[in-house]
Write a protein that binds this ligand. Structure first.
Ligand code: PLP
Length: 363
């Protein structure tokens, strides 16, 4: 039996009647953009995270872009982040003409190493974007402290960590801004593109709302240059169903992740390291092996899909050649890129499937 990498089909089957009804409901009233489903989603997201404002938008990438625009990030400004993330984190920085400045990651969590941030701060630094990689939040207290000392803003890229907890608080409500993604394979996914941004600041929330609607509050009156960053009603309706079951899914993700860690203890793999004051929602269950290639071949041969998050750190990507980084600049991220790979993971992964994955690894 082939195991899906992320079992979106099983999830749909579990909520099928409600999801079909929610989609049908939008079709019946035919308001496809914004509308009551989006308002309901935003209320639900704000309640879930405890954030004063939750603003739904078109994708996680756009959430980051809108936040940077709301903060007036200008060409030449510097934004500190990790090189070991998906390109979206820095793409938006570059699109605004600002410069991503990388800081190496911690060897265990693979999140940005907060102790190396301060040495990268210059007069041009405006923001720090910690990424909550694989579903675990970075050292936000330390990062927020550095930011407030140097008058910088902190934007959590929580695209992989929606639902995660850090010292009793929810991801996306841990700094000036949080951004997340509802891409189908993320912990809270819709059936297309979607995302949200979070803040407790009223003025910045209002500005962000304007930016996502072409810079306007009143139709055809454009106070700012904005974008089309809206989410559509069908995606919001799907998310409203899924949000009801999300806390259960997070609990299942945690126990399945812990189960993997226990079962793989006697293997040669390095399993994810989660700090004691936080959890991981295991957006990816990512392990490390010094012999990744043969491990992956072995798994794939027995019908088990794998993925690599991520095979090349951002400072070595062709699109960033002009930044002038070279091999060896961020050795921990570079080593991780050579060793990591992800195993099938979803709240719907069955015990039998998990057993099959582990047996293939141990054989
Ligand atoms: C998925 C992802 C994004 C982008 O989200 P989209 O909704 O696909 O635009 C940004 N950052 C990280 C770390 C991601 O994993």
């Amino acid at each position: 039996m082939k195991i899906p990498f992320i079992d979106l089909q099983a999830q749909y089957q579990a909520y099928k009647l409600e999801i079909n009804e929610a989609i049908q409901n939008v079709l019946n009233y035919s308001q496809y953009i914004m509308g009551p489903e989006v308002k309901k989603l935003e209320d639900g997201l704000a309640a879930y995270t405890g954030s004063k404002h939750a603003i739904a938008c078109s994708s996680g990438t756009d959430a980051l872009l809108i936040v940077l625009m709301a903060m007036d990030i200008q060409p030449g400004d510097e934004v500190i982040t990790t090189p070991f993330t998906f390109i979206a984190t820095t793409e938006v920085v570059s699109l605004l003409g600002a410069i991503p400045v990388f800081v190496d990651v911690e060897p265990d969590t693979l999140n940005i190493d907060a102790s190396k941030i301060e040495e990268k701060i210059t007069a041009k630094t405006k923001a720090i974007i910690p990424v909550s990689l694989y579903g675990q939040v970075a050292d936000m207290d330390e990062i927020n402290a550095i930011a407030s000392k140097h008058n910088l803003i902190v934007i959590e890229d929580g695209a992989q960590s929606f639902g995660a907890t850090y010292k009793g608080k929810k991801s996306c409500n841990l700094s000036d801004f949080g951004c997340t993604s509802f891409f189908p394979s993320k912990p809270l996914g819709c059936y297309g593109d979607g995302g949200a941004l979070f803040t407790n600041d009223d003025a910045l929330a209002e500005k962000s709302r304007m930016i996502l609607a072409h810079g306007s509050r009143v139709r055809y009156q454009h106070e700012l240059v904005g974008i089309n960053g809206r989410i559509d009603a069908i995606q919001a309706a799907i998310l409203n169903v899924k949000l009801k079951y999300f806390a259960n899914e997070v609990a299942d993700r945690e126990s399945i992740g812990q189960q993997y860690i226990d079962m793989l203890e006697c293997s040669d793999l390095t399993t994810p390291f989660v700090k004691t004051d936080r959890n991981s929602v295991f957006a990816q269950f990512t392990v490390r092996s010094s012999d990744r290639k043969s491990m992956i071949e072995q798994l794939n041969a027995s019908g088990i899909p794998t993925a690599i998050h991520y095979p090349q750190p951002l400072h070595l990507q062709k699109c960033y050649e002009s930044l002038g980084y070279k091999v060896g600049d961020f050795p921990i991220a570079e080593k991780a890129a050579k060793e990591v790979f992800s195993l099938p993971m979803s709240p719907f992964l069955t015990k039998e499937q998990q057993q099959q994955v582990v047996e293939s690894i141990l054989s």
